[in-house]
Design a protein around this ligand. Structure first.
Ligand code: 1HN
Length: 355
């Protein structure tokens, strides 16, 4: 038979052992008209997650686990330890008296404190006490360990750029060799140096010459929350975002880390937001209040809709190029993070504000 279909099939079969494959059979999937993320919208309700976290606390110690974390795994990406194609997220539990041993890796991490107060994380020889809503950075390749000297369990959201580093094959890691790194500076020193719109002069110059990661490693909730409260009174409320601020690297005005962008927003009670979409898939952590996220995607002319009713400590993910509308029945505060710095650096960030 010399029918083209037969000839092609024979060509494909014959060249397959030579590790050759025809582009024309996969061109449309490789170069989509628009993003068609395999990750899907998902919600993790804290009242469902918390009992599993506490059970994890009964079956393994932080020291044994190294990090006692339940991964928030996207239902469309099961088995990949990913919440979006580029990002990892998990909820970490540390019980009173426990230590999560010191190590470092090339992955950049952020923590967002969800429950409990009085654990600490140590980065670069300085500890910071973790309070609910605090946003904390662990820069790439910095020693970090956590401890809990309080009398309550402490839970925080971890976000790392692990899937991105996996894509790049750029993952390295080392153990410190002792459970905890030595404390070299008193708590608050970092904030004094970088948290007041000022920066040290030559006698105390910063170590990251590239400025890729913020020299400020803890952004306390109290400060950010106060800013939102003030803006809610004094500034226009955006029809899409409510009152939304981005966290900045105070040395550059840019994103706090090279791969992770972070945001805090307030949706006033009664807010009914308009729809938006963006190429950067975003993960939300609900700090205060109650509301609803409606997330839609058009798949071959069919609209898939997810409606998530959320409350404090719930988490949800809005994948790339899904339309999202946020509404709030009470004053609501949302923390979120995404891989926007990567999209910006590559010049492929797209955002749309829809009606
Ligand atoms: C890690 O180092 C931490 O330091 C948390 O708390 C989660 C997930 C994968 C790889 C390293 C931490 C992590 C992690």
């Amino acid at each position: 038979m010399n029918h083209p279909t037969e000839l092609r099939a024979r060509l494909y079969a014959d060249m397959d052992p030579a590790n050759l494959t025809p582009l024309w059979e996969s061109l449309h999937a490789l170069v989509p008209r628009q993003p068609r993320s395999p990750s899907v919208p998902a919600l993790w309700r804290y009242d469902e997650v918390r009992p599993f976290l506490m059970r994890a606390g009964e079956v393994i110690t932080a020291e044994e686990a190294i990090r006692r974390v339940l991964i928030l795994e996207n239902p469309g990406l099961r088995g990949q330890s990913a919440i979006t194609q580029s990002l990892y997220a998990g909820l970490q539990l540390i019980l009173p008296g426990e230590v999560a041993p010191s190590h470092r890796h090339t992955a950049t991490a952020l923590r967002f404190v969800v429950e409990g107060e009085g654990a600490f994380t140590a980065v670069n020889g300085e500890r910071t006490t973790m309070r609910p809503g605090d946003f904390i950075i662990t820069p790439s390749w910095t020693w970090h360990d956590h401890g809990n000297e309080s009398d309550q369990p402490v839970v925080w959201l971890d976000a790392l750029d692990i899937p991105t580093l996996r894509l790049l094959d750029a993952g390295f890691a080392e153990d410190y060799g002792a459970a905890q790194q030595p404390v070299l500076r008193s708590e608050g020193s970092n904030f004094a140096r970088f948290g007041s719109n000022m920066a040290p002069m030559a006698h105390d110059a910063e170590t990251d010459p590239h400025g890729a990661t913020s020299p400020l490693f803890c952004y306390p909730y109290a400060r950010s929350r106060e800013a939102l409260a003030r803006l809610r009174r004094d500034a226009p409320v955006d029809p899409w975002d409510g009152v939304k601020l981005r966290y900045v690297n105070p040395a550059t005005g840019g994103w706090p880390t090279p791969t992770l962008a972070t945001f805090l927003q307030l949706l006033p009670a009664g807010f009914e937001g308009k729809a938006w979409r963006q190429t950067d898939g975003a993960v939300f952590s609900v700090v205060e209040g109650r509301g609803r996220a409606v997330i839609e995607r058009d798949v071959d002319g069919q609209v898939h809709r997810s409606v998530f009713e959320f409350g404090p400590r719930d988490h949800f993910v809005v994948p790339s190029w899904h339309c999202c509308r946020l509404a709030a029945s009470e004053d609501t505060v949302l923390f979120s993070f995404s891989d926007r710095p990567i999209h910006s650096a590559l010049g492929v960030l797209r955002q749309e504000r829809l009606d």
